[in-house]
Design a protein around this ligand. Structure first.
Ligand SMILES: Nc1ncnc2c1ncn2[C@@H]1O[C@H](COP(=O)(O)OP(=O)(O)OP(=O)(O)O)[C@@H](O)[C@H]1O
Ligand SMILES: [Mg+2]
Length: 407
């Protein structure tokens, strides 16, 4: 006989990102990746695939799971590199080469005495054109390299590696910004038959989200007498809300986990013998805690600092330029500057975009999309006085609006 505590703990574990290696749904996208890679393994040459999609749409998870299953059918080596950690092109080549050495891709391979960009590139080129089995290089968060590798021709050279004569390199680029490939691919000097494949991961729909959560909880429910951990209506509420914003499954898993936690806390008060099902009211409570800005009785303790800074930064830009709209790139730059003095930061441009979308969803700003993310235009949908009322923190606001360091 298991304890109620144990069921809660298993349910929360099942919703952790790393709890499963099973991709639910995404059949079309995964079939496309499979067919393309399988045809390449059966062929001599290299190729490249670019996967585009917003955060939390299962890109990294799908690629890694797919490559693990392909390992059972084909012989190849794999190197996974997150481009957020790349400092410059030399650093990127060096990391790739040291991975190649430690994976023993070629027994003669060694780090050169002088690691110049040219010497590293030459070694990698000669290795990928002489190896027996394919080498799959996954470059995750590939759009980040535009900010670290300043020389565009270095980027093109890297993406042309799979198409060198006899190259056995398969490059899989995973990007968040949807326009990355539109900008990059036409610039590569490739023949039409070498056109890289682009696969889009659209945001998860309400049904996709429900299926993913149910799949994760089903094992736990089966183990414990088919108890229902999250009520269908509560799950539907969560799935519809997230599907109507950005379809980010990470957020869904997090919210469901927190709803279970809340349920557990409330259950503790009544000393239950069986698990209580998470209901709509509890799910709503978590949503309001995640987006406190939608609450009418807002105060400065509940609005997250990042949201406050972002709103004030837009106002500051408006005051400075006397224009009501500001581009995302300009805003991001100033926002980062201000964040530093509050010892906080966002990890990437895509996280910043998410923050903007979240505030837009709360009706406080408008985000007008453009072809390039950096050119998105943002404007406040409330006036200065209303913002003051919402923040209820005159000192904070005055500091941002008048501090010379932020100009
Ligand atoms: N189809 C799915 N089935 C089951 N779990 C999934 C699925 N898609 C995503 N997940 C879960 O969500 C987590 C986040 O997905 P993933 O890291 O692949 O997102 P991503 O698209 O790469 O996001 P980002 O652009 O922020 O890197 C995964 O670790 C996995 O646990
Ligand atoms: Mg990812």
């Amino acid at each position: 006989m298991c304890s109620v505590k144990e069921i809660y703990s298993e349910a929360k574990k099942a919703l952790n990102a790393s709890a499963t290696d099973r991709v639910v749904g995404r059949e079309k996208e995964n079939d496309e990746i499979y067919d393309y890679l399988a045809s390449c393994f059966g062929n001599k040459n290299g190729l490249s695939v670019y996967i585009n999609g917003q955060p939390g749409t299962g890109k990294t998870f799908s690629v890694n799971t797919m490559l693990d299953s392909l390992k059972e059918e084909f012989k190849f080596n794999k190197i996974f590199l997150n481009c957020m950690s790349v400092k410059n092109i030399q650093n990127m080549y060096k990391t790739v080469l040291s991975e190649m050495i430690s994976n023993k891709i070629d027994s003669n391979l060694a780090m050169p005495k002088r690691c110049t960009k040219e010497s590293l590139q030459k070694l990698i080129e000669s290795c990928i054109t002489s190896i027996k089995h394919h080498l799959v290089l996954v470059l995750d968060e590939i759009d980040q390299i535009e900010t670290t590798i300043k020389n565009a021709s270095d980027i093109y050279k890297l993406f042309e590696l799979p198409y060198l004569p006899n190259s056995k390199l398969i490059l899989i680029g995973i990007a968040n910004s949807l326009d990355f490939t539109d900008r990059l691919l036409p610039r590569l000097e490739l023949t039409p038959e070498h056109k890289p494949k682009v696969i889009k991961f659209l945001p998860y729909t309400k049904d996709d989200i429900i299926n993913i959560v149910k799949d994760r909880l089903s094992k736990v429910q089966l183990m414990y007498d088919n108890c229902v951990i999250i009520d269908d209506k509560a799950l539907m509420l969560c799935a519809s809300k997230i599907a109507s914003t950005n379809g980010d499954i990470r957020k869904v898993l997090d919210i469901c986990r927190r709803a279970i936690e809340l349920n557990e806390q409330e259950a503790k008060l009544t000393n239950l013998e069986t698990i209580k099902t998470v209901n709509i009211a509890q799910m709503m409570k978590i949503f309001n805690a995640v987006n406190p800005i939608t609450n009418s009785n807002l105060d400065r303790n509940t609005m997250p600092l990042m949201q406050k800074i972002l709103l004030c930064t837009i106002l500051l830009c408006n005051i400075e330029t006397k224009v009501k709209e500001v581009t995302l790139s300009k805003l991001f730059e100033k926002f980062n500057k201000i964040c530093k003095s509050y010892s906080t930061s966002v990890d990437s441009e895509s996280e910043f975009v998410n923050l903007c979308i979240l505030i837009q969803d709360n009706g406080l700003i408008e985000v007008k999309k453009a072809k390039e993310v950096r050119n998105y235009k943002l404007s406040l949908k409330i006036d200065e006085q209303e913002l003051r009322d919402k923040l209820q923190d005159e000192t904070f606001m005055a500091d941002i609006l008048t501090n010379r360091a932020y100009k």
